[in-house]
Design a protein around this ligand. Sequence first.
Ligand code: FAD
Ligand code: DCQ
Length: 432
Amino acid sequence: MAHIVIIGAGTGGLPLAYEMRAEFGRQHRVTVINAHSTFSFVPSNPWVGVGWRKREDISFEIAPRLARKDIHFIHDTVTEIAATENRLSLQSGKTVNYDYLVIATGPKLAFEEVPGLGPDGGHTQSICVTHHAEQAYAAYEEFCRNPGPVIVGAAPFASCFGPAYEHAFIMDKDMRSRRIRDRVPMTYVTSEPYIGHLGLGGVGDSKGLMESELRNRHINWITNARITKVEAGKMFVDELNPQGEIQKQHELPFAYSMILPAFKGVDPVAAVEGLCNPRGFVIVDKHQRSPKYPNIFSIGVCIAIPPVEATPVPTGAPKTGFMIESMGTAVVRNLKAELEGRPEKAEATWNAVCFADMGDTGAAFVALPQIPPRNVNWFRKGKWVHLAKIAFEKYFMRKMKSGVAEPFYERLAMGLIGVNRIKNKPLVDPEE
Ligand code: FAD
Ligand code: DCQ
């Protein structure tokens, strides 16, 4: 009997634990360790930021859900990974031994890279985690009583631009409903080289469509923006030209600001000798496995993937939910093959499939593969996306509570639009 330990019970780790249990039966021990006792549906955080959702709408206690599936849960923080000894140290002082480890620790929010950035001691809000989104909402209510200029955007080295656009559009919608939008000049400030780049080199006509949406809503923008410093009510921005030289320097006043930080790998993961790249992201092969430590796999935001292209202000490629779950499916298959003594074979499709909300409408995109030129390069805007995202939230929450990893109809629906989790895998595998 092997002991498999998963660090992180987020978008990647929790479905992975369920899928392992479903695939392995009771043959192997599965343990999940998470820093918080609750699961939180991260894509709904922008809604928490404007009070459209409360924490309890998008979170639940993990322990009872995993217990029902005979998955051991430890509510604790991993502080050290002794990779050569297959042992973890936890904040409580306990240690946990493993045979196989899956790292699904998500991002470290690197606010420290820009002086004055972030909600803890800085001057900008964040919606990256639910407690930040709650803080952002409290600050937003305060702001609405005394409105002024708003800056929303993303810092240098950011990779997750979708939520920044979402938050700008959602705030615009919310302020229109409150009848205060006319008192709020809004600017979108981003490290992307152009609007709609999304860290993906654009998807379909995302540039044209997103620019048009921003214009329609009187949201100005600065691209190739390197935010250098934030003071109370003032943001300092270098705007670069395509050659990477400073073209203009801005001092932008604001009454409210939400800036997506750069992501890095969390400290205990980044500290493991030979496991990570310089930004602390886990280096994996195409089977999600560490080349240095063959019994360590990794999925989600914490893995190293190359940027789609070099940009004047550095940006990274996003890792979206479907891609993350696909990585989990690949890990389960490869681990199962290994435990049964068969050669590993599964490779996740690193595609970008996403619903982005815009308050009363939304944008959906499919980019297959991530790096252009692509076979599928599809971007659409419409009210149906707003509704689809709400439906997806309910569906995903139900799926995470019930523990059914990838129901047949989901696979069928995604297969019909040509999006499969595993490379070269037929829609319905006759062996299953
Ligand atoms: P997470 O979901 O962040 O999970 C990591 C878990 O690891 C956390 O529970 C954390 O507490 C735990 N952890 C970390 N360190 C330790 C430790 N040392 N010990 C124990 N536990 C630890 N993608 C989409 O496809 N669609 C969207 O609409 C979308 N919206 C997004 C909105 C926001 C605001 C953000 C930030 C991202 C969004 N994404 C979206 C991108 C991506 O899907 C999410 O970031 C996703 O949650 C990443 O999953 P993950 O499992 O890698 O990390
Ligand atoms: O896991 C997902 C997730 O949460 C992390 C999302 O955030 C809301 C997603 O958007 C997944 C899997 C998704 C993708 C959902 C399917 C989108 C399909 C869009 C294309 C539709 C074409 C008809």
